[in-house]
Design a binder for this molecule. Structure first.
Ligand code: ZN
Ligand code: FE
Length: 256
């Protein structure tokens, strides 16, 4: 198992830091800011070996240039998106083998939030950026509802023990929406209790296991009858496909 720590950035972003403790080296995911990374590296006596980017949005990439002014490291990112300083352009099915660090990640193209969005994953973890959030999903800016649906289904097909690391601390508001959709879902009620305890102590609610996401994340539950019914009530019409249901759920959450 990798040692992964979360660095707080901007108002609610997380920069994941994947650490090889023996070598005192690490790679980071989606540095929206540079200073919190420099502080973390100093406090933990770590050196940076690389930067992984899930998508081009400002709050995931804005720290890159400042980091590169002081550190010479490779920047991995989505081939189809503009990322400052990118040295390795990645496509679906690619593998990053950071042999010296004992880290290896597979690449999945997951369009929807943005058109080129990618996820990094191995047997234990997946870095989903702004596509799959803990208890929610990202807004559909660059892709279509169908693309988002396919991307979420691909992520959820990973081993259900996989830990989901996403780009933001959004779990509280996501679960509030989840309970609006499924007021009778006890797993959601239980998760709200767990999450509020963590947030009271200012602790992250990320990561979460895929198995828990399947039970509590409405965007992964479009085929569950109660979710379908709630979406149909909101839309005021019958919905025939899970893609349509996802589209309605997304619009519903946007309008809250
Ligand atoms: Zn984004
Ligand atoms: Fe973001």
């Amino acid at each position: 198992m990798l040692n992964i720590q979360l660095i707080n950035a901007l108002s609610d972003n997380y920069i994941a830091c994947i650490i090889n403790a023996a070598q005192k080296k690490c790679v980071i995911v989606d540095p929206g800011e540079a200073d919190p990374v420099f502080n973390f590296l100093n406090e933990n006596h770590l050196s940076l070996s690389g930067i992984l980017i899930t998508h081009y949005h400002w709050d995931h990439t804005n720290g890159i240039e400042k980091l590169l002014q002081r550190l010479e490291v490779p920047v991995y990112g989505p081939a189809k998106e503009p990322v400052p300083g990118m040295t390795h352009l990645l496509n679906d099915g690619d593998v990053i083998n950071l042999e010296k660090l004992g880290m290896r990640f597979n690449l999945m193209h997951i369009p929807g939030h943005t058109l080129g969005h990618i996820a990094y994953y191995n047997d234990d973890v997946v870095f989903t950026g702004d596509t799959l959030f803990t208890a929610g999903c990202g807004k559909i800016f660059g892709g279509t509802v169908d693309q988002m649906y396919n991307s979420l289904m691909r992520i959820v097909s990973l081993n259900e023990k996989t830990l989901v690391y996403c780009g933001h601390e959004y779990t509280t508001s996501n679960l509030k929406f989840a309970l609006t959709v499924e007021p009778e879902n006890h797993d959601i009620q239980q998760r709200i209790d767990q999450v509020s305890k963590l947030r009271q102590k200012n602790l992250p609610t990320v990561p979460a296991q895929l198995s828990l996401e399947k039970l509590t994340n409405p965007f992964l539950r479009c085929e569950v009858p109660s979710v379908k019914k709630a979406a149909e009530n909101y839309a005021g019409k019958a919905l025939s496909s899970p893609q349509e249901i996802l589209g309605i759920l997304r619009a519903w959450k946007n309008n809250l």
